[in-house]
Ligand binder design. Structure first.
Ligand SMILES: [Ca+2]
Length: 190
């Protein structure tokens, strides 16, 4: 090893040290200044981001986006909803759909209701709905009339990967018009 190379090596080491220090400072700065991924879009509606669907099973008529399987318009308790995920359960089994949780999501919120059938507007069955995140139950509610249930903002644990929506027919699936409307992730609380 000659002097020149040793000098270059010293310079390189010094540069690397300086770069390393700079990197550590920058990392600390970004970590402390909210450079975590931002949810985009925010709000992040499930029906507007259908590629987040990972799996579905046992849904009578399959999952329905922005409609219900018996008609295109979604009405719950005399309110029309554009953002809708129809999940009519089957007879004697539980329907479910699973979704990727997008980066930057800090909460999930939805309205769970029995959507009207215009040709039979008095028909309402009964169902239970459940929301899971990474296998843990975060919310459960039951329906048996036109009145919908609005969930609270369900906090998404840091690093959580998978959202699961379940619908249980609670016996028969007659008029079990279970529909999740305005189902969305949100970013940081505003
Ligand atoms: Ca039922």
């Amino acid at each position: 090893m000659n002097g020149s190379r040793l000098l270059i090596s010293k310079h390189t080491v010094a540069t690397l040290r300086a770069t390393g220090v700079t990197a550590i400072i920058l990392f600390a700065f970004f970590a402390s200044s909210g450079c975590a991924p931002r949810l985009s879009p925010d709000p992040f509606y499930l029906d507007a981001n259908q590629n987040t669907l990972l799996a579905q099973a046992n849904i009578h008529g399959n999952i329905q986006w922005r409609r219900v399987y018996w008609q295109p318009e979604v009405w719950i308790d005399n309110v029309r909803y554009e953002h809708a995920v129809g999940m009519h359960p089957p007879e004697k089994d539980i329907a479910y759909a699973e979704f990727n949780i997008p980066p930057g999501a800090s909460y999930f919120q939805t309205v769970f209701g029995l959507a009207r059938q215009d040709t039979y507007p008095t028909g309402y069955g009964n169902v239970a709905g459940r929301i899971f995140i990474d296998g843990s139950t975060f919310w459960e509610g039951t329906l048996s009339d036109p009145k919908a249930l609005t969930t609270p903002r369900i906090p998404v644990p840091k690093g959580a990967k998978r959202l699961r929506l379940e619908v249980d027919p609670l016996g028969t699936n007659w008029s079990d018009h279970a529909t999740w409307v305005n189902a969305h992730f949100g970013g940081e609380e505003k």
